[in-house]
Write a protein that binds this ligand. Structure first.
Ligand SMILES: [Zn+2]
Length: 139
């Protein structure tokens, strides 16, 4: 019962986050489209534009990746498989879902996958994505 309530809250959180990401990505795209008109002939300006461009596209890449994971989680909520480990089919602890709402695996399977493959492809890291956003928006 409590688990179900928590999952309903996580569902709302995921939908909000998805909408925010979609808006951010739409904003990034319109920024990129307007760049050629604003670009002056100056070499320094061009270099700054290129750097800005790179930051925008890196940010968009992080946001797109997160958006895919969130869409995936929302899909699983619809199917009723949300909160179930993709690998061992066990229940993912609520503490983990609260920390990482789009986690697809339990911690044990995540660790096993990480030690086997050597990168955190499964689940991703919401905290890191947020940290990246903050750094980029200060520039
Ligand atoms: Zn598992």
């Amino acid at each position: 019962m409590a688990r179900k309530d928590s999952i309903l809250k996580l569902h709302a959180l995921l939908v909000n986050r998805r909408d925010a990401l979609r808006k951010a990505l739409a904003g990034d795209l319109s920024m990129l489209k307007s760049l050629p008109e604003q670009t002056g002939g100056d070499v320094v300006d061009a270099a700054l534009d290129a750097a800005q461009d790179e930051i925008s596209s890196k940010l968009a890449e992080v946001e797109s990746r997160e958006l895919v994971q969130i869409d995936n989680a929302i899909e699983r909520l619809r199917e009723g498989t949300y909160g179930q480990c993709d690998i061992c089919n066990g229940k993912i602890p609520l503490a983990r879902l609260n920390a990482l709402p789009y986690a697809l695996t339990c911690i044990d399977c995540q660790r096993a996958a990480e030690s086997g493959i050597g990168n955190g492809a499964v689940g991703g890291d919401w905290g890191q994505a947020l940290a990246d956003s903050e750094v980029s928006s200060e520039i």
